[in-house]
Design a protein around this ligand. Structure first.
Ligand code: PGA
Length: 263
């Protein structure tokens, strides 16, 4: 037991996966796991983040899940509203389609798609104005960790958005700490290292918002069924953002189960 009163979140980030038929099967399998399992309502907030073209079908397919599963967008436009912005999906369009949650600042977006700190801040601002709940991703690279800059980098990423988020809006933000060197590599931060960074993030949050003590801080980076129990036992690790292991319903279920039990 972690002793935390924060309801954990376990969110599957499907990234640019899987093909339609496999996605549908994955949802069928996940619903089956949830039906057969013993995760009690209210013990864990479960979500999945499919590719944008699958958001609405995923949401519809999850409607009859025995445990609520949130449908989460993987990204949002830096531009608000509607207009001549080919290829973009705004926060308002997500909200209009009853998609209430969005990932912002994932390291793959920052590194591959040039989501700079200012782009990320614009996305956060728009998402909050449209009434979305954000899962805000932060994390350092291996070079930054080895140079002893991990804490500074992560706290700066929190500061980067604090200029556009007012104190009350922090209640609509969940933070995901994902060290870049642990994403998709099979290397997980040790529970001690992860807990230590989470505690620093929490300390930083409590300085900028009264909601800091209650903000869910998720860990991400090679979370699997095998390491979920020990991560879930850490007091400031309030859930997981799961990539690879979320593409298997049983693994994903077991991770959610580990966090639900840790409450
Ligand atoms: P991983 O990805 O679990 O495959 O490491 C996590 C993420 O990028 O959110």
């Amino acid at each position: 037991m972690s002793g935390s009163t924060i309801t954990p979140w376990v969110v599957g980030n499907w990234k640019m996966n899987p093909m339609q038929a496999n996605a549908q099967q994955l949802i069928i399998d996940l619903k089956q796991q949830l039906k057969a399992g013993d995760i009690l309502a209210g013990t864990c907030r479960i979500g999945v983040a499919p590719v944008s073209i699958a958001l609405l079908t995923t949401k519809a397919q999850l409607e009859d899940a025995t445990v609520e599963v949130m449908t989460v967008a993987q990204d949002v436009s830096r531009v608000a509203g509607t207009g001549a912005y080919t290829g973009e999906v705004s926060a308002e369009l997500l909200k209009d389609s009853q998609i209430d949650y969005v990932l912002i600042g994932h390291s793959e977006r920052r590194e591959i798609f040039a989501d700079t700190a200012s782009v990320v801040a614009e996305k956060v601002k728009n998402a909050l104005s449209a009434g979305l709940h954000i899962i805000y991703c932060v994390g350092e690279s291996l070079e930054q960790r080895e140079a002893g800059q991990a804490e500074q980098v992560v706290l700066q990423q929190i500061c980067d958005i604090s200029v556009v988020v007012n104190a009350e809006q922090w209640s609509n933000i969940t933070v995901a700490y994902e060290p870049i060197w642990a994403i998709g590599t099979g290397k997980t931060a040790s529970p001690e290292d992860a807990q230590s960074m989470h505690a620093k993030i929490r300390q930083g949050l409590t300085q900028i918002t009264p909601f800091g003590a209650n903000t869910a801080i998720l860990y991400g980076g090679s979370v699997k069924a095998e390491n979920a129990v020990e991560l879930a036992a850490c007091p400031d690790i309030n859930g997981a953002l799961v990539g690879g292991a979320s593409l298997n319903a049983e693994s994903f279920y077991q991770i959610a189960h580990a966090f639900a039990q840790s409450k």
